[in-house]
Design a protein around this ligand. Structure first.
Ligand SMILES: Nc1ncnc2c1ncn2[C@@H]1O[C@H](COP(=O)(O)OP(=O)(O)OP(=O)(O)O)[C@@H](O)[C@H]1O
Ligand SMILES: Cc1cn([C@H]2C[C@H](O)[C@@H](COP(=O)(O)O)O2)c(=O)[nH]c1=O
Length: 211
């Protein structure tokens, strides 16, 4: 039923995910592949509306479980409405964040427990896991400095978390890298953009060739 390839990009704030996978999408299209870039939370109207609620800086009273459930709900709708139809049409889907974000941010950094967050997400995704995850690893301080350089970038509720929270997010990702070594490819995102792009493209081409 599904002939496409589902690839996700993960990492802490400012790791360069969006920049690199947007470049990747253009580069793969130029190579003749059918490619779709999308993002989480969002990518379709309902999920973008959920995104606004989650990331609104005024929603300071949001409970951690509510947050985790909202991400899972946005994920479900995005999968059903956008990702699965594109998979069926044979697209290479490059998705900016997916379940590993929930495991690292809500499961580990918020302290809900990765197993608990995995359980609610299993209900949402029904085994629809990516075949490759590019994990862009960068020091939290470097990532935050990169996003803070851009005064026109909209600050969201998660950006305002403490440095300690962002350290935990990265630690959570490192645990996921250990748990899923076959799926998650680590990219050193502290390098230059050209080097990061080249490493990411190499990993994607390897996966496409192996399909
Ligand atoms: N390798 C790199 N070296 C230096 N700057 C970079 C690199 N990659 C991206 N940047 C810059 O860092 C900033 C953040 O990049 P980007 O928005 O792609 O990160 P992100 O991982 O998607 O962040 P977030 O998850 O917080 O939205 C941008 O200004 C981008 O130009
Ligand atoms: C999917 C997902 C995302 N998050 C967090 C991570 C970021 O702080 C924001 C998304 O915004 P960005 O444009 O990617 O910076 O939401 C999360 O905590 N849990 C998730 O499942």
């Amino acid at each position: 039923m599904e002939n496409g390839i589902f690839i996700t990009a993960e990492g802490p704030e400012g790791a360069g995910k969006t920049t690199v996978i947007t470049m990747l999408a253009e580069s793969l299209k130029a190579d003749g592949y059918q490619v779709m870039y999308t993002r989480e939370p969002g990518g379709i109207e309902i999920a973008e509306q959920i995104r606004s609620v989650i990331l609104d800086t005024n929603n300071t009273s949001m409970d951690a479980r509510t947050e985790a459930l909202l991400y899972a709900a946005a994920r479900r709708q995005h999968l059903v409405e956008k990702v699965i139809p594109a998979m069926e049409k044979g697209y290479i889907i490059l998705c900016d964040r997916f379940i590993d974000s929930s495991l690292a941010y809500q499961g580990y950094a918020r302290g809900l427990g990765m197993e608990n967050v995995l359980t609610i997400n299993q209900f949402a995704i029904e085994n629809m896991m990516p075949s490759l995850t590019l994990y862009f690893d960068v020091e939290s301080e470097t990532g935050l400095a990169r996003i803070n350089q851009h005064k026109d970038r909209e600050v969201n509720r998660l950006d305002l978390e403490t440095l300690q929270f962002h350290h935990l997010v990265r630690e959570g990702y490192h645990k996921l890298v250990q748990a899923y070594p076959d799926r998650i490819q680590v990219i050193d995102a502290g390098k230059s953009l050209e080097e990061v792009f080249s490493e990411a493209k190499k990993a994607v081409i390897k996966k496409i060739s192996a399909q």
